[in-house]
Design a protein around this ligand. Structure first.
Ligand code: RAM
Length: 520
């Protein structure tokens, strides 16, 4: 993780000869909870454009397409699945292969991006673009990859002077581990809230695959910070307990050799821990497990996962604190918190650690180990005291981390109960007006809303949810995005929006917030 103050933050970790520590028993249990996917056929696009003009899907099947022609199919909603094209031939004999380009896009604006100009630090292989030769027409072309998309653009790169291409049809078989249609109907205060709620669940559904993926377009794998938020949202909707259990077991089943949990697990093929450690993500295992147990009372999971989970707090307590019990600089730098360049993360990570210690105490209580419960409760109290001493400024009436005032620090100090009520609300307000650093991703906005609720600012929390997530809907979202800054709609942490994900796990929480905190 590189984030020297002011420089664009990149999340790249390469540990030579990294050999994860695997626990076959836990991985076998994770495998046993692999879900069966639901498949749904979406037979045709809802509308189409040919060279920029609207055309009905039926009329399109009669049009001959020649070199340079471009068709955009709109399937009407965000889908994750496999695409099949029915291609025909018009004119004289097909004397050369048809050469086509396909661009799959989650939102319309993605199609305006020029893939060849992308110079960012994430692989351009995430861009959903294919070039195909079709040797013999007519043909049914079933694309082998799974895509996340609403729009498909077909560009005819070439046919020949003797023949043209005809797009006879396009269809998709959508895949998900859950079924949106099986959810009971519910009522809402107004239509805006209903749309936010539904987009939030569509986001979760499309990320619910063989694991809870962070994004079905990218990175298509399991991240710990995302998992916790997906699980919370699932508890008020799909209740995919088996899938959540599988994901928790995967994090415990393949780890760093010293027991630390990886920030993410590669899950295509044999599950393997990535050699990326983010202290705040590893600590999220504790609330995630505690919340899972509160929901399910799953004794087996408690017995299997308590040890690996406690190792995560023990590691941070043993390796990452200064003599004053504050998170040290190195740990701040090996944490995520938010996509936010130049953020000093120490106070926020201290907050995450305190929340993890509270969860550790709760987990030990569940296991009936009152000695350990007391131990973690005492640690949490020590760290709260230290947080106040190290980060609170009487002068600025808020927490200051490394000389910096950020919403992030205030939010996590609130969630950790280092401050509360009026004081917490004021501190957040002060940090927002200071404007030293901006919140970057919905992940942080979720915790901001949670901190507002905890500080008793229900109206403000609801207003922010409506404005921030609703703002994505106004900007054309069907599912919620990985990044959204209304003041800078083209922002990307990766150096190009074309690789941003527009259906992203950590953005799925409005349904959870509405259900648990905003429904009277
Ligand atoms: C991104 C992923 C993921 C997130 C990490 C920190 O690469 O999209 O969702 O958890 O960053």
């Amino acid at each position: 993780m590189k984030d020297e103050r002011g420089k664009p933050m990149q999340l790249i970790s390469i540990i030579p000869d990294f050999q994860p520590l695997n626990d076959g028993r836990l991985l076998d249990k994770a495998e046993a909870f692999k879900p069966a996917l639901h498949y749904a056929a979406c037979s045709a696009p809802a509308s189409c454009r040919l060279n920029g003009d609207d055309i009905t899907p039926a009329a399109l099947t009669d049009r001959s397409l020649a070199k340079g022609d471009q068709v955009v199919l709109d399937f009407g909603c965000h889908l994750v699945g496999r695409l099949t094209l029915e291609l025909g031939c018009a004119g004289s004999h097909q004397d050369a292969p048809a050469y086509i380009q396909l661009d799959m896009a989650e939102i319309a604006a993605e199609l305006d991006e020029d893939a060849d100009r992308y110079q960012g630090w994430l692989s351009r292989s995430w861009i959903q673009q294919e070039r195909l030769h079709v040797d013999l027409l007519p043909a049914r072309v079933a694309l082998p990859r799974r895509y996340a998309f609403r729009y498909v653009r077909l560009t005819v790169l070439d046919t020949s002077p003797k023949y043209q291409l005809v797009l006879k049809g396009a269809s998709c078989v959508a895949e998900s581990a859950v079924n949106m249609d099986a959810l009971p109907a519910r009522s809402f205060a107004d239509d805006r809230l209903r749309r936010i709620y539904e987009a939030s669940l569509r986001t979760l559904a499309d990320c619910s695959q063989l694991v809870l993926e962070d994004g079905p377009k990218r990175d298509r794998r399991l991240w710990l910070g995302d998992l916790r938020l997906q699980a919370l949202t699932s508890y008020v909707s799909f209740r995919s307990y088996g899938l959540i259990k599988r994901c928790l077991y995967l994090f415990a089943g393949t780890r760093f050799p010293d027991g630390r949990m990886s920030a993410n697990i590669f899950t295509d093929g044999t599950p393997v821990a990535d050699d990326t450690y983010l202290a705040d993500y590893a600590l999220m295992m504790l609330p995630a497990l505690d919340e899972y147990l509160a929901e399910t009372g799953d004794r087996e999971a408690l017995d299997d996962l308590l040890g690996p989970a406690l190792e995560q707090v023990d590691y941070v307590l043993g390796h990452c604190l200064t003599e004053q019990f504050a998170i040290d600089e190195a740990c701040g730098e090996s944490s995520f918190i938010d996509w936010c360049d130049g953020l000093d993360r120490r106070a926020a990570v201290q907050g995450v650690l305190i929340c993890a210690l509270d969860a550790a105490a709760s987990l030990c209580a569940r296991a009936g180990d009152h000695g350990k419960q007391q131990h973690y409760a005492n640690k949490a109290a020590d760290l709260r005291r230290a947080a106040r001493e190290q980060f609170w400024s009487d002068e600025r009436h808020c927490f200051v981390s490394g000389g910096q005032v950020s919403v992030h620090s205030q939010v996590w100090m609130t969630l950790a109960n280092v401050t509360c009520g009026q004081e917490a609300a004021m501190a957040m307000e002060i940090a927002l007006s200071a404007g030293e650093v901006r919140m970057g991703a919905p992940y942080m906005h979720h915790y901001y809303v949670m901190a507002l609720l905890q500080a008793g600012c229900r109206d403000k929390a609801e207003a922010h949810l409506r404005e921030y997530w609703g703002g994505m809907l106004d900007a054309g979202a069907d599912t919620f995005w990985e990044c959204w800054d209304p003041a800078d709609p083209g922002a990307s942490p990766y150096g190009g929006v074309i690789v941003n994900s527009f259906c992203h796990a950590w953005s799925c929480t409005p349904a959870y917030i509405i259900d648990r905190f905003l429904s009277d």
